[in-house]
Design a protein around this ligand. Structure first.
Ligand SMILES: [Zn+2]
Length: 352
């Protein structure tokens, strides 16, 4: 199972919130152009697949029928889902394509037909069961995970959310669920949307200890990231022994992104992917990778390629737009304090 699947549909271009909005649909074909120009799509171990839209029974794995109906009606009438998330019927159709893509990717990897499947446009992690917002309509990552449990019988799924914003929707959905280990690295939610995803939020009930939030100070760079990977992500993944890893998050932790203030470089984004590949190799499982965020048109596609190249092990040259800044000592020490506090909070559940 050395093959890598890239799932892409040209109608993703309709997941577009309009002129002046940072989330534009043209970012998807531009990523495909970059893959083409870097020779990724001509590789013998890469298959380009076209997904189909998900149906209501798929969406209802996570979302309530009332929410799905509300989204449809609001889209018809062009009523925004939230201030930052306008709706129209094309967006909802594209959202269903993204969910269909996530489901197909999950099946292909669970069946062992691919070791990595890339869901282009996926990772809409701010949508919860009954709410959307933050550019997210349906939570494709959560639907993929739930389908793997209900339809494939998986019982240990690791979701690693590396978007600059905390994955509040995914966190809420699986907050009580010990079958999902949800680890989210993000910019401190005191300083950025969605304003939740704090260190003390570790799950509840049977799910206590299975939600791990790693809030990083603004400016955290690749060195800060490496500490989190070495001391939190890799040990937890090693102990949890996932049957599959779902990694989501695009280019918005990159230092040149306009919507967030983290300081990762292209090499840092690739390192995230490499750590995921390392964890997957140790667990003997495959990876579904989701990319949709990133709001600097100059860096978004390269950042997605950095992440994918790490997960898939592609030897490809990454272009950095300028010299990445180094975090000052204070930022590094704040990161260390976050990691140490997490180790203390989690020691009741994990042997960190
Ligand atoms: Zn984000």
């Amino acid at each position: 199972m050395d093959q890598v699947a890239i799932l892409y549909h040209p109608d993703l271009i309709n997941y577009d919130f309009g002129l002046g909005h940072p989330f534009r649909g043209d970012r998807f074909p531009r990523f495909m152009d970059l893959l083409r120009s870097k020779g990724i799509l001509n590789r013998g171990d890469v298959d380009l697949l076209e997904p189909e839209a998900a149906g209501d029974e798929d969406l209802q794995l996570i979302h309530s029928p009332a929410y799905i109906r509300m989204v449809e009606v609001m889209a018809e009438r062009r009523i925004p889902l939230s201030a930052d998330t306008p709706l129209n019927p094309g967006i909802v159709r594209a959202a269903k394509l993204i969910v269909g893509s996530a489901l197909r990717a999950g099946e292909l990897v669970a069946e062992g037909r691919y070791r990595v499947a890339e869901v282009v446009g996926g990772g809409l992690h701010h949508a919860g069961r009954d709410y959307g917002g933050g550019f997210c309509v349906f939570n494709d990552v959560a639907i993929c995970a739930q389908a793997l449990m209900e339809r494939r019988g998986l019982s240990r799924i690791l979701i690693f959310d590396t978007d600059a914003h905390a994955g509040n929707g995914t966190m809420d959905i699986f907050y009580n669920d010990p079958h999902i280990l949800f680890i989210s690295i993000h910019q401190d939610p005191k300083t950025i949307y969605p304003g939740t995803g704090f260190i003390h939020q570790i799950g509840e009930g049977e799910g206590e200890g299975y939600t791990v939030n790693v809030p990083l100070p603004p400016g955290a760079d690749d060195h800060c990231l490496e500490v989190v990977l070495q001391r939190i992500f890799l040990p937890l993944a090693g102990e949890f022994k996932p049957e599959i890893i779902l990694r989501n998050g695009g280019s918005d932790p990159h230092f040149q992104d306009g919507l967030a203030s983290l300081g990762f470089s292209m090499a840092g984004l690739r390192r995230i992917g490499e750590a995921v590949a390392e964890a997957a190799s140790e667990a003997g499982c495959g990876v579904v990778d989701f990319c949709c965020s990133g709001y600097n048109p100059q860096t978004v596609a390269m950042g997605w390629l950095a992440l994918l190249s790490g997960v898939a092990g592609f030897d490809v040259e990454l272009e950095e737009p300028s010299e990445p800044p180094r975090a000052g000592r204070g930022i590094y020490e704040r990161t260390l304090r976050v990691v140490e506090e997490l180790e203390r909070r989690l020691e009741a559940y994990w042997s960190l």
